[in-house]
Design a protein around this ligand. Structure first.
Ligand code: FE2
Ligand code: FE2
Ligand code: FE2
Length: 410
C-alpha cells in the first residue's frame, strides 16, 4: 500500500481547485453545463479590458466561478438559464449568506449578492449604476451573455445575435461602459472559441498565473463550504457531510495521523458526497425506499466524487480517500470494488464515519438509530469483514466526543 503520510504543508492551486469544484454546481438534467467556467472566463476578459489589478481579478474569478452557489436544485438552475428570468435575486442572497462567514470569501459574498442587479436600479438591494460593485456588474453581464449561447449552434455564428441583444440593453440592464469593453474583447474569434473549448480550464489557469495556492487549512474552509452545499440538497442530510468530516477528524487524531493528514482527511470527508450534486433531488428526496433504477443512479455519486476531486487536487490522495466511502474490505463495495489491500487507513476512516453518520441520521423511511443499535450494527459489520475492526473500536471509545459534536451541530 502506498504511504500517504504528509508531514510538511501541501499546496493546492486555487484556480484549478475552484474551477473543478464549480463543476459540481453545474450538474443538471442536461449533464454538466460548464456555465460557471464560461462566466468566469467572460468576466476575466472584461476585467482585463477594464485594467483591473491582479488582486481584483482574483476576487472577480472567485465570485464568478461559484456565482450561482445559492441555486441548489436543478429546477432553479435551469430557471436561471432563461434570459429574462423573473426575480432572480433569491439565489444571490442565499449564495451571499453561505459565504458571508467564511474567511477569505467575504468579498466573494458581497460580489455574489448583487450579481443580478440591473444597472438602472429597481433592485431589492436599493443599489443602482456605479454603486453596484464593479465585479457584480461584470458577472451579471457575463452571465447573461452565457445564457444566450445555444449549445446546438456553432459559436461564431451566434456572436452577432448575442452582441446585438446585449447592446440593446446597455444603459438599462447593463453598465454601458462594460458592454463597450465586452464588444472590444469579443471582436476576436478566440474569445468565443475559448468558451466552447475543451481546454477552457487551461485558459482560466493561463489568465490567472499568479492567483496562488491554498494550504490544507484553506482547503478545509472550502471543503466545508461545498459540504454545506451538498447537505442543503435534502433536509435529511442537512448536517451529513459536516458530521462525517468531524467524525473522520476525531478518528484520524485518535489513530495518531499527522496534523497535515488530519486536515486533509477532514476535507476529503467533507467532500465525500460531492458527487451527489450529480443526482436529481427527486431521487435524493424520495420518501420511501428507492427502486433498482433509482438506486443505481445514486450509486454513481461516489464515482463522480472521485473524478471531481482527482482533477481538483491532483497529486494528493484526497479523491481516493473521499470516493471509497462505499467500498468494503471484502471487496463487495462500489464503485471500484477495492479490497483490504487497496484501502488505506484514511479511506477506511471515511467509510466508517459515513456509515456511522448515516445510521445516526433520520432517513425518509426510518428514524435515526440510538447508540446501542448503532454499536451492534457496526460491530457485526467489523466481524463480517466489511469495515476495519480497529477503527470500529476507536469509534466506540470516542463516543463522548462524537456525541458532543453531534449536539453542537444540530
Ligand atoms: Fe445567478
Ligand atoms: Fe449564472
Ligand atoms: Fe455516499
Amino acid at each position: 500500500m502506498q504511504d500517504n503520510t504528509f508531514t510538511s504543508p501541501v499546496e493546492i492551486n486555487l484556480v484549478r481547485l475552484l474551477s473543478t469544484l464549480s463543476t459540481s454546481l453545474d450538474f443538471s438534467n442536461h449533464g454538466i453545463l460548464r456555465h460557471h467556467h464560461r462566466v468566469a472566463l467572460i468576466s476575466l476578459e472584461i476585467g482585463r479590458q477594464a485594467h483591473m489589478p491582479t488582486a481584483e481579478l482574483v476576487e472577480l474569478f472567485k465570485a464568478a466561478i461559484i456565482h450561482d452557489i445559492g441555486a441548489v436544485t436543478w429546477k432553479e438552475k435551469l430557471r436561471l438559464f432563461q434570459f429574462d428570468v423573473e426575480s432572480p435575486w433569491d439565489h444571490c442572497q442565499k449564495g451571499a449568506e453561505l459565504l458571508a462567514g467564511i474567511p477569505d470569501f467575504k468579498t466573494t459574498s458581497a460580489i455574489i449578492k448583487y450579481h443580478h442587479d440591473h444597472w438602472y436600479g429597481d433592485n431589492p438591494s436599493g443599489l443602482s449604476k456605479s454603486d453596484i460593485p464593479l465585479a457584480s456588474r461584470i458577472i451579471h453581464l457575463a452571465d447573461r451573455v452565457d445564457v444566450l449561447i445555444k449549445p446546438d449552434r456553432f459559436i461564431l455564428e451566434q456572436r452577432d445575435d448575442i452582441l446585438k441583444k446585449i447592446r440593446a440593453m446597455a444603459g438599462t440592464i447593463f453598465d454601458p461602459e462594460l458592454v463597450n469593453m465586452l464588444r472590444r474583447r469579443a471582436s476576436r474569434d478566440s474569445f468565443w472559441l475559448d468558451l466552447t473549448s475543451p481546454w477552457i480550464e487551461q485558459r482560466l489557469l493561463d489568465l490567472l498565473p499568479h492567483a496562488g495556492n491554498y494550504s490544507s487549512r484553506n482547503f478545509l474552509i472550502l471543503a466545508r463550504l461545498f459540504g454545506r452545499v451538498v447537505d442543503s440538497k435534502s433536509p435529511f442530510t442537512y448536517r451529513h457531510s459536516i458530521y462525517v468530516g468531524s467524525v473522520a477528524r476525531v478518528l484520524a487524531e485518535a489513530a495518531h495521523l499527522t496534523a497535515e493528514n488530519c486536515f486533509l482527511i477532514e476535507s476529503a470527508a467533507l467532500l465525500h458526497d460531492i458527487g451527489k450534486l450529480a443526482v436529481s433531488e427527486e431521487i435524493i428526496e424520495k420518501p420511501g425506499k428507492l427502486n433498482e433504477t433509482e438506486f443505481i443512479q445514486v450509486r454513481q455519486h461516489a464515482y463522480y466524487t472521485y473524478w471531481l476531486l482527482k482533477q481538483a487536487v491532483p497529486g494528493l490522495p484526497i479523491a481516493k480517500w473521499a470516493a471509497c466511502h462505499h467500498e468494503k474490505l471484502d471487496g463487495t463495495g462500489y464503485p471500484f470494488g477495492l479490497g483490504k489491500e487497496q484501502l488505506d487507513c484514511e479511506s477506511r476512516i471515511i467509510a466508517i464515519a459515513d456509515l456511522f453518520t448515516a445510521l445516526r441520521e433520520d432517513r425518509p423511511y426510518r428514524s435515526g438509530l440510538a447508540w446501542p443499535e448503532i454499536e451492534t450494527i457496526i460491530r457485526r459489520q467489523a466481524m463480517s469483514g466489511t469495515i476495519d475492526p480497529d477503527l470500529t473500536l476507536l469509534l466506540i471509545q470516542n463516543r463522548p466526543r462524537l456525541d458532543q459534536i453531534w449536539n453542537e451541530i444540530d
